[in-house]
Design a protein. Structure first.
Length: 348
């Protein structure tokens, strides 16, 4: 059909529908790689279908989580090293879900940019798919929004949404008591919190993203873009083995704010800071900013990305299980009577 006009098009306004279609085709193989039991329909429709009975649940409770990557994206954009931020996005959602005792089932992403660059977008979404694959979680949908005038050239934003399930009555935290042993799982760096401060400290240091990293091989930018560690399969294995009363994902607020979130009223924790060594990235950040130990502990994960509160009689077995799954495990201390976090020893 034609009316003889050859006027302005959507592409003239900065939105390229063909580029969006090309991106969907490009990422379909990555999404298919994440398919798991329960998936009925994924990319391409107006919605995605998931069968809870097909996933093996008889009386399921759904759990949902949503998050982003924060200003860590600024480093990814400035360096062009975008491959890991998709893993960060997934980890920030599914590591939260598992703290409720839920198995992540499926994931949807939202990618927004001023001008869609298919290659860059595909690398980001392929990272999302890798995070889903490592978590046993299906990437079944998402939204790519090209919004000229909303974002500067090359800029983008990410958000994610994960849904998990557990059988009724299996939710956590449950049974946390004084005397529980606190098992800490090592982090893989800064993860995805505190990057507004990280960027300020890097500016204070006078270094650029492409400069040699002061504490490791490679560039400073690459070191700070190490993806968030995924704890899902290891944590679920521990929960199913028995004796896990609570899990705390150590994100914004650090150990100081996140562990108390899973402790019942009237209970606190004693944590021995001498049990693990502060990783070099955090030493550098602390030295660069002259930061106090207390400020570090309530801002960064400081080398511990997940904490499990477990019954004392199961602590040895669970520690062995987690180590066999590839985790570095620290016995941080105990749950105690009396609210509040109490630290002994020193990190700095």
């Amino acid at each position: 059909m034609s009316d003889g006009k050859n006027g302005i098009t959507y592409a003239d306004a900065g939105v390229d529908i063909d580029a969006g279609n090309a991106l969907v085709e490009r990422i379909k193989p990555a999404a298919r790689r994440t398919t798991r039991s329960g998936v009925m329909a994924g990319l391409g429709g107006f919605g995605a279908l998931f069968d809870l009975k097909g996933a093996g649940y008889s009386d399921p409770i759904l759990v949902a989580a949503t998050d982003g990557v924060g200003t860590k994206l600024r480093i990814a954009i400035d360096t062009g090293n975008v491959d890991g931020v998709g893993i960060d996005l997934v980890a920030m959602c599914v590591n939260d879900l598992v703290c409720q005792g839920a198995e992540p089932l499926f994931f949807l992403d939202y990618f927004a940019t001023g001008k869609l660059e298919t290659e860059t977008a595909a690398r980001i979404i392929e990272g999302i798919a890798e995070g889903c694959y490592q978590s046993g979680c299906a990437l079944i949908g998402g939204e790519t929004a090209e919004m000229p005038g909303m974002y500067e050239a090359g800029d983008f934003d990410l958000a994610g949404f994960a849904v998990g399930a557990m059988e009724r009555g299996a939710d956590l935290p449950d049974g946390v008591a004084a005397g529980d042993v606190l098992l800490g799982l090592a982090s893989d760096g800064v993860h995805s919190n505190g990057y507004s401060l990280v960027r300020k400290l890097v500016a204070l240091s006078g270094l650029g993203w492409d400069d040699d990293c002061p504490w490791a091989d490679g560039s400073l930018g690459a070191a700070l873009l190490a993806p968030t560690r995924l704890y899902v399969k290891q944590a679920l294995a521990a929960v199913r083995d028995g004796g896990v009363h609570a899990l705390a994902h150590i994100t914004g607020g650090g150990l100081t704010e996140n562990l108390p979130r899973v402790l019942p009223e009237g209970l606190g924790a004693d944590v021995d800071l001498d049990v693990w060594e502060l990783p070099d990235v955090f030493k550098w950040l602390a030295e660069t900013g002259g930061m106090a130990e207390a400020e570090m502990l309530k801002t960064f994960n400081c080398g511990v990305g997940m904490i499990l509160s477990v019954s004392a009689d199961r602590a040895d077995a669970l520690q062995d299980l987690l180590r066999a799954a590839g985790e570095t495990v620290y016995r941080l201390g105990h749950v105690t009577e009396g609210a509040g976090m109490r630290y002994s020893g020193r990190l700095l």
